[in-house]
Design a binder for this molecule. Structure first.
Ligand code: MG
Length: 401
């Protein structure tokens, strides 16, 4: 190989083409025209990630050999001494993904080739059907089925169900109220309805979004068992993972966890004791492709599949990274997909496309995706105090969103 190519600049691009604020890292190199991009999106804390990259990572990275992805990842993770956490991991992910993009461009190969090559031609995806009542959820799921989707997540009233069974106390503050007990009752009825109406062939997913008390999650997994979910997602909060064994002992509902984890070691026991069935890491949240590849290999040794987190607060660049891992991983399960608006395809040329429920790569070298920086600049991020995450129980007490 020719002489060493080094990192010349590390640039942070903030943009908001849709509802999510996105953080993209662009690394330019000593080779004219050669650059890579990566996803560092932590949509609720974009400025913290930007500062971590510009003030802390960038000075450390300038002049380093772009080929040394592993060494750069390992040293980026420890050279602040205190490590992990969503801000720092997202910052490292943006760099890590951009370096994989560069390595692919240098090799003239898509990133999935560098991981070991394709296990499949395309990745089956699941999409989100919601509705105000079981009939509306069914109708929206049918619309996706008509488009060829074979995996559908069914929710009713978003996370938590929104319907509050009990009265709020006087002077209860504003917020996103929900009643966990009412949620359980309504969701089981909705899933029963959807399964009865749509038949056995369609694969269904449901996301509890860590909104139940642990013992109620145990009950939910048992109650939903007859309806044969493809998986039940985030039945427990990261703080309650000690309860997974209880769910496992009492039902065969497949379990998926956990987009909220930061450190891959948080999965270690869940995987090695076979307490879950799908790992659902948010790739940028754990630090990029490098740790995701390792976690997928570890999970594969225990018969556990991947289902990387992929809603709209994963950037299009992050979705491209997900797809490369999906195409390679022998233990791929399914990929969450967000049905991008047209503006995302304009701003991010190369964003993968779905046909008949499968997400296809474009075969370009690297991640196969770019960013139109002029267009991105026309969509600046809006600084708001996030509302949907201000979640409360019926008595007004704050809980996890
Ligand atoms: Mg989720």
């Amino acid at each position: 190989m020719s002489s060493t190519v080094t990192i010349r600049n590390v640039q942070v691009i903030l943009t908001q083409p849709g509802k999510s604020r996105l953080v993209i890292v662009k690394i330019s190199t000593s080779e004219p025209g050669l650059y890579g991009i990566g996803c560092a999106t932590f949509t609720q804390r974009i400025h913290a990630v930007q500062a971590a990259i510009e003030k802390h990572l960038k000075p450390f990275l300038i002049g380093r050999d772009v080929d040394r992805i592993e060494e750069i990842w390992q040293m980026s993770m420890v050279h602040g001494y205190w490590r992990n956490g969503p801000v720092l991991n997202n910052a490292i992910s943006g760099v890590d993904q951009a370096l994989w993009d560069i390595k692919g461009k240098r090799a003239g190969m898509p990133v999935y080739q560098l991981l070991g090559g394709k296990s499949r031609e395309a990745a089956a995806v699941y999409v989100h059907a919601d509705g105000r009542d079981p009939q509306e959820v069914e109708e929206n799921a049918r619309r996706f089925m008509e488009q060829g989707y074979q995996f559908i997540r069914v929710q009713m009233g978003g996370y938590g169900g929104k319907k509050i069974g009990r009265a709020k106390p006087d002077n209860a503050p504003d917020g996103n109220y929900f009643d966990p007990r009412a949620y359980s009752r309504h969701m089981i009825k909705m899933i029963e309805h959807v399964r009865a109406q749509l038949g056995d062939e369609i694969e269904l997913v449901h996301d509890i979004h860590e909104r139940l008390h642990p013992i109620d999650a145990v009950q939910f997994a048992k109650d939903v068992e007859p309806f044969k979910l493809f998986f039940l997602e985030d039945a427990l909060a990261p703080e309650d993972i000690g309860w997974f064994q209880r769910i496992r002992q009492q039902s065969a509902t497949p379990l998926a966890m956990g987009e909220l984890f930061n450190n891959p070691h948080e999965w270690q026991r869940l995987i090695s004791e076979r307490l879950i069935d799908f790992i659902r890491m948010h790739i940028s949240q754990i630090g990029g492709i490098t740790p995701a590849r390792n976690a997928a290999i570890f999970a594969n040794m225990f018969g556990i599949r991947t289902a990387w987190h992929g809603p709209s607060d994963t950037s299009p660049v992050g979705h491209a990274a997900n797809l490369h891992l999906d195409l390679w991983a022998p233990n791929f399960g399914v990929q969450e997909w967000y049905c991008p608006p047209e503006i995302d395809y304009e701003m991010f040329p190369g964003l993968p496309q779905v046909r008949d429920g499968y997400l296809y790569p474009n075969e370009l070298p690297g991640l196969g995706i770019d960013i139109d920086e002029k267009l991105a600049a026309q969509y600046p991020c809006e600084d708001i105090v996030e509302q949907w995450t201000q979640t409360r129980l019926p008595d007004g007490s704050p809980v996890r969103p």
